[in-house]
Design a protein around this ligand. Structure first.
Ligand code: GAR
Length: 216
């Protein structure tokens, strides 16, 4: 089996990246993490990746005149490394439509909400403010619009009466660490197709395709 060369893009903590690196340690995992790239030199995740033998790069956006110039440099690095799949994992940069198009249906993201609800930042605070009963996370293909794109997997987390943004974030994060590796696995195994901007999951086993990840 040739494993898909995968890059994970981070800006900070990198816990989702760590979950992807750990999942890809499985011999039968269809993707290999060949690059962890951060736009911030002090991203904690860089150290984790290096200590797990994953090649790392720092590409600061500060040295570039504009978004397009940075994205062209980023695209250049990904091509230089022969990358086939890109996973955004807390990569806090708005991408140009140009870059998104270069990696269409080969770039995925994890977002801490049940999209299309609560795009953007502070999703846990906003979910609590709105009084919704369930919250969760989404793995999706990346499109030019922020936190939008065909949905691959979602996990649902019930909201408890005494939840704070932190307790809720922690429960959602646990689910992110489950569904993100699973989403990458499905993509790298060639089991995903996008039809009319909706994702179809080809199942190799009998029974219905797992459209929704197991909940807590
Ligand atoms: C994660 O919760 C991820 O879902 C979120 O940033 C966090 C990064 O944490 N991403 C977004 O909000 C994207 N819109 P991590 O660095 O520990 O993976």
């Amino acid at each position: 089996m040739s494993r898909k060369r995968t890059a994970v893009l981070i800006s900070g903590r990198g816990s989702n990246m760590a979950a992807l690196v750990k999942a890809a340690q499985r011999e039968d995992f269809p993707a290999r993490i060949d690059l962890v790239l951060s736009n911030k030199a002090d991203a904690a995740g860089i150290e984790f990746a290096a200590s797990h033998g994953v090649p790392t790069r720092v590409l600061s956006h500060r040295g570039y005149a504009d978004r397009q110039a940075f994205d062209e440099a980023l695209d250049g690095v990904l091509r230089e490394e022969g990358i086939e799949i890109v996973c955004l994992a807390g990569f806090m940069r708005l991408l140009t439509p140009w870059l998104v198009e270069q990696w269409k249906d080969r770039m995925i993201n994890v977002h801490p909400s049940i999209l299309p609800s609560f795009k953007g930042l502070h999703t846990h605070e906003r979910a609590l403010e709105m009084g919704v009963r369930v919250h969760g996370c989404t793995v999706h293909f990346v499109r030019a619009e922020m936190d939008a794109g065909p949905i691959i997997l979602q996990a649902v987390v019930p909201i408890e009466a005494d939840d704070t943004p932190d307790t809720l974030a922690a429960r959602v994060l646990t689910q992110e660490h489950i569904i993100y590796p699973r989403g990458l696995e499905l993509l790298a195994a060639g089991r995903l197709s996008v039809v009319d901007e909706r994702v179809r999951i080809a199942d190799t086993r009998p029974g219905p395709a797992p459209l929704i990840a197991p909940t807590v």
